[in-house]
Design a protein around this ligand. Structure first.
Ligand SMILES: [Cu+2]
Length: 210
């Protein structure tokens, strides 16, 4: 190979590369358009309006917000709350978008029972969420993933989030806890998990309604 031949090789390679590149560019443009399509599809799921509930205590003080967002076939629940009693609290989505702290039957009883469209026993209610754990300083940070409720239901059904005073036993009272000849959980336990009074409430609203 003489000097000229040696010089020609990289030039040809460069030409081929360039030729190849320019072809690639036109394909690349299509590919970019495709990518843009994919991205806009992705962002349309991202901008899919989230659902939120601003949770307030009986005095009307805001304790924080509960966020619901879709993740494939699940709902991700995220919240940071403050001003609660330390320990575990029953935490549910209830069937009415009504948070009346002065309700005759007791604070936030206007929210009704747990969201339970399929009429299951407690622990299988669509509105049942894992309990909320509140730290000694009265704050709670919480993330849970559920496939028992959908963002669509949260958007459309006019619901509320309730924080209860007591832990939730999910109606799990084994028979050997029966007292006075009565065995197992009573009707109230089966319905509510004995989570007690309602300490805070937030109406579930879709971002698109705002
Ligand atoms: Cu509840």
């Amino acid at each position: 190979m003489n000097y000229k031949q040696k010089l020609m090789l990289p030039m040809c390679a460069a030409f081929l590369l360039y030729g190849c590149n320019s072809e690639d560019n036109s394909n690349g443009a299509d590919k970019n358009a495709e990518d843009a399509k994919t991205v806009s599809q992705d962002s349309s799921t991202e901008v899919d309006p989230q659902v939120k509930a601003e949770v307030k205590d009986v005095e009307g003080k805001t304790l924080g917000t509960v966020n619901f967002s879709a993740d494939e076939n699940s709902v991700v629940i995220e919240t940071a709350l403050e001003g609660l009693e330390p320990g575990y609290h029953g935490f549910h989505v209830h069937e009415n978008a009504a948070c009346d702290a002065d309700a005759k039957e007791g604070p936030f009883t206007t929210a009704g029972g747990h969201f339970n469209p399929t009429e299951e026993t407690h622990s299988s209610h669509a509105g049942d969420m894992p309990p909320l754990y509140v730290k000694e300083d009265g704050t709670a940070k919480y993330t849970a993933t559920l496939d028992s409720i959908t963002v669509d239901q949260l958007k459309k059904e006019e619901l509320a989030v309730i924080v209860h005073a007591n832990p939730d036993n999910f109606a799990n009272i084994p028979d050997h806890y029966g007292a006075n000849g009565e065995k197992g959980p009573d009707e109230d336990t089966l319905k509510t998990g004995d989570a007690g009074d309602r300490q805070a409430c937030g109406i579930v609203v879709s971002e698109e309604e705002k």
